[in-house]
Ligand binder design. Structure first.
Ligand code: URA
Length: 229
C-alpha cells in the first residue's frame, strides 16, 4: 500500500497534511526518513509520524442502534449523520451497509470491508431484514397474504417480493423483506391503506440488534456475526 494511503487509513490526517508532513521529513519508515508519498510499504514496516508509531487499523465491523433524527449518509449539510455517533478514527473509510430513513430506528451496520458490505446489500443475495412496525390503523387480516403475494408499489414496474408479516398486536407487527426499495415498508403499508408511525430494524440476515445497546450506542461485531454473512 502507498505510504500516504496507509497513514490516511489509520489516522484523521488529510491527504494534504500527510504530504506536507512527508515534505517536512516528519514521516519515517523503519526509522529512516520517508521522502515519497507514493512509496510502497510492506506488512512489517514500522511507519512513524513525528516519532509516533502509526498503528495499523484492522478492518472494522460495527453494529449501531440508530436513534431518530440521524441520516444514514457520510455527509449531510442539515442533519447529523450516523457517523457522528461513532468515536472512531478515519470515519471517512466506513461504509454504511444499507440505509434507514431519518425517522427509522434500530440496527445499522458499518464496515470498511467493501466486499462484506456488498454481500449484504447485493440484490442477488436477497438478504433478509426484519423490522418492527407500528401503524396508525389496525393491521387488516388480509395484509399478511397481500404482502406474501407481493404488492405493486406506486411508480414501480414489478411487485414486491414475498414478505413475511407476523402480527404482534392490532397495530404492530414484525415484517421481513428481502429487498430494499426506497421507503419500501412505508410504501407497502400505504398501499394497503395504512400508515407507518414507527419503524425499527431488529435484524439483518442472522445479525440481531443487541438489546444492551441504547439508542446511539454501538459495538464491534463478534467473529460469529461477521462470518454469518
Ligand atoms: N422501509 C422504509 O420505509 N424505511 C426504512 O427506513 C427502511 C425500510
Amino acid at each position: 500500500m502507498r505510504l500516504d494511503k496507509f497513514i490516511g487509513n489509520s489516522t484523521d490526517l488529510t491527504r494534504s497534511q500527510i504530504h506536507q508532513l512527508i515534505r517536512q521529513g516528519a514521516v519515517s519508515i523503519n526509522h529512516a526518513t520517508a521522502r515519497k508519498a507514493a512509496q510502497h510499504i510492506q506488512a512489517n514496516d514500522v511507519v512513524s509520524v513525528n516519532d509516533e508509531v502509526i498503528e495499523r487499523l484492522s478492518v472494522r465491523y460495527i453494529m449501531l442502534n440508530k436513534p431518530v433524527g440521524y441520516i444514514c449518509a457520510n455527509h449531510d449539510g442539515e442533519h447529523p449523520t450516523v457517523l457522528d455517533l461513532l468515536d472512531e478514527p478515519n470515519k471517512a473509510n466506513l461504509q454504511i451497509v444499507g440505509r434507514l430513513d431519518i425517522d427509522t430506528t434500530g440496527l445499522v451496520l458499518l464496515t470498511d470491508d467493501g466486499q462484506w458490505n456488498h454481500q449484504i446489500t447485493s440484490p442477488r443475495r436477497e438478504c433478509s431484514k426484519t423490522y418492527r412496525v407500528t401503524t396508525a390503523n389496525a393491521i387488516d387480516a388480509q395484509t399478511a397474504d397481500t404482502f406474501r403475494d407481493g404488492i405493486l408499489l406506486h411508480g414501480e414496474k414489478k411487485p414486491t417480493q414475498p414478505a413475511e408479516l407476523q402480527l404482534l398486536t392490532s397495530h404492530s407487527a414484525l415484517l421481513t423483506i428481502r429487498e430494499g426499495k426506497y421507503h419500501q415498508i412505508k410504501r407497502m403499508f400505504a398501499a394497503v391503506g395504512n400508515h407507518v408511525v414507527e419503524l425499527h430494524r431488529e435484524r439483518i440476515g442472522e445479525i440481531v440488534l443487541d438489546d444492551n445497546l441504547l439508542p446511539g450506542e454501538y459495538r464491534p461485531l463478534t467473529n460469529l456475526e461477521i462470518a454469518s454473512v
